[in-house]
Design a protein around this ligand. Structure first.
Ligand code: NAP
Ligand code: ZN
Ligand code: ZN
Length: 347
């Protein structure tokens, strides 16, 4: 065991505080990572505040992790000391079920092991990336291409793959009209990725405040959802809508924007149920779908795609002491476009 510095929530209602946590000894298949940067995902906030269910505290979150390999176990073949690596939302899975065998470990029928707040194989609760080191099975460690700076790579491990996977699954590309709802951490990656895949991209944001940014990130069009005319002007005009909103929205209004056989994919994860009127789906034979992160193979593919297309996240680097302030800004939709913790400030 090794004791390392971290930030943790001590309850659902109090600010995160500095703590120390234990990391297991490096096993034969394990990689010890010295963490450099950790992204702040809205899921971290939902989790620590108990919005998705009761948690065991203290809890260290963070599942957008990048760093350097500091030590490897005797049986490790995929990574070496000094490599630039990343860890996303999962650190293990059963490896035997149909989903795992298909490389879709996020849908492991025996439940994947989340990077934080999951029961690990040794019975402990996994602790995430707001910390100086982490020990992870080599199969769940990604290679971070040299072309992507560490801090800009961190958010790719969740925001990047969570938007890349549905864009690929629903075949975004030349000729497809893609709308992205919400220009936050996930949304800004969806815009960059859909644009790089060749799709025509529209941002649907609450206001026009971030319009210049949206167009710079790769959007072709930008509309404010606070303006009712948006929903009449854009009626039946998208093949794919990626909804990244962390709160409840009027799904029927957005579903009406889908063209014939269009699909709206929900990646936003508000704690409350989202009502849908089925008649909205009958029109244009629309589909409503969900998508969770992405498998390890696809996450590596996404990192390589980003390197090849010169894409990474737009980040605001913060020190560890600014985490609680950053949470408030995320909740106020005031993030441009991902907070990333400089983990050196924790050492
Ligand atoms: P974020 O940075 O806070 O972005 C969410 C965006 O949604 C905001 O920037 C805002 O965009 C819009 N928004 C927020 N509140 C709204 C409201 N009340 N009405 C309308 N729009 C609103 O969050 P994130 O890190 O991208 O995460 C987004 C959601 O995805 C969270 O619920 C998170 O838990 C979930 N998530 C899911 C997965 C998955 O596997 N499916 C993975 C990661 C995250 P505008 O200012 O442009 O309107
Ligand atoms: Zn996340
Ligand atoms: Zn499995």
């Amino acid at each position: 065991m090794r004791t390392v510095n971290a930030y943790a929530a001590i309850s659902a209602t109090e600010p995160l505080v500095p703590v120390t946590i234990e990391r297991r000894d490096v096993g034969a298949k394990d990689v010890l990572i010295e963490i450099r940067y950790a992204g702040v995902c809205h899921s971290d906030i939902h989790t620590v505040r108990g919005e998705w269910g009761q948690m065991t505290y203290p809890l260290t979150v963070g599942h957008e992790i990048v760093g350097v390999v500091a030590e490897v176990g005797t049986g490790v073949s995929k990574h070496a000391v000094g490599d630039r690596v990343g860890v996303g939302c999962m650190v293990n899975s059963c490896r035997e079920c149909a989903a795992c065998l298909a490389g879709e470990e996020q849908y492991c029928s025996n439940g994947n092991t989340g990077t934080y707040a999951s029961v690990d194989r040794d019975g402990t609760i996994t602790q995430g990336g707001y910390s100086t080191h982490v020990v992870v099975d080599e199969d769940f460690v990604l290679r971070v291409p040299e072309a992507i700076p560490y801090e800009a790579a961190a958010p790719l491990l969740c925001a990047g793959i969570t938007t890349y996977s549905p864009l690929r699954h629903w075949k975004a590309g030349p000729g497809s009209r893609v709308a992205v709802v919400g220009l936050g951490g996930l949304g800004h990656m969806a815009v960059k990725l859909a644009h790089a895949m060749g799709a025509e991209v529209t941002v649907l944001s609450q206001s026009l405040k971030k319009k210049d940014d949206g167009l710079r990130l790769g959007a072709d069009h930008y509309y404010a959802t606070s303006d009712p005319a948006t929903f009449t002007d854009l009626d039946s005009s998208f093949d794919l809508i990626i909804n990244t909103v962390s709160a409840v929205i009027d799904l029927d209004a957005y579903l009406g924007l889908l063209a014939l056989d269009g699909t709206m994919v929900n990646v936003g994860a508000p704690p409350q149920a989202l009502p849908i009127h089925v008649f909205t789906l009958f029109g244009n034979r629309r589909s409503f779908a969900g998508s969770g992160i992405g498998g390890i193979r696809e996450t590596q593919e996404m990192l390589d795609f980003c390197a090849e297309h010169g894409i990474a996240s737009d980040v605001e680097v913060i020190g560890a002491t600014q985490i609680n302030q950053a949470y408030e800004r995320v909740l106020a939709s005031d993030v441009r476009y991902r907070f990333v913790i400089d983990v050196d400030t924790l050492r």
